[in-house]
Unconditional design. Structure first.
Length: 129
């Protein structure tokens, strides 16, 4: 189990220099610099780029794929809206979360490809939230 954890940490370290191991099967990754670098070149994020992502508060938390997609699309619509900013006071912060979502999709795919392990991931502005 420890060796498997090391394998996963090695993959995570390919995406960020700041990887904090929290336990034998949990880690925190600081993607701030990676996200800021991507923001320079990425426009709007499409729902198809978040094919395994659930957004808390947007759609039910179950295995209904259509509801998951609709929730992601609704959230992205608000994140990139030029007119409706009522739910998102600081849209740049949420755009950063959308980009982080894409990066996490890439991380999870890399972990699966390189280790054959499935993993889950959560995204927040910081470890406290």
């Amino acid at each position: 189990y420890r060796n498997a954890g090391r394998e996963v940490i090695a993959v995570l370290s390919e995406f960020s220099n700041i990887v904090e191991r929290a336990s034998i099967d949990e880690a925190y990754i600081d993607l701030t610099d990676v996200v800021h670098e991507r923001m320079k070149s990425i426009g709007h994020i499409a729902a198809s780029q978040l094919s395994n992502t659930f957004v808390v508060g947007f759609g039910p938390d179950n295995n209904d794929e259509d509801a998951r997609k609709a929730g992601v699309m609704e959230w992205l619509g608000q994140v990139y809206s030029d007119t409706d900013t009522s739910l998102m006071e600081n849209t740049e912060d949420f755009q950063e979360l959308a980009i982080a979502g894409v990066i996490v999709e890439e991380i999870r795919a890399a972990v699966l490809s390189k280790t054959q392990f499935h993993c889950s991931a959560g995204i927040a502005h910081n470890k406290v939230k």
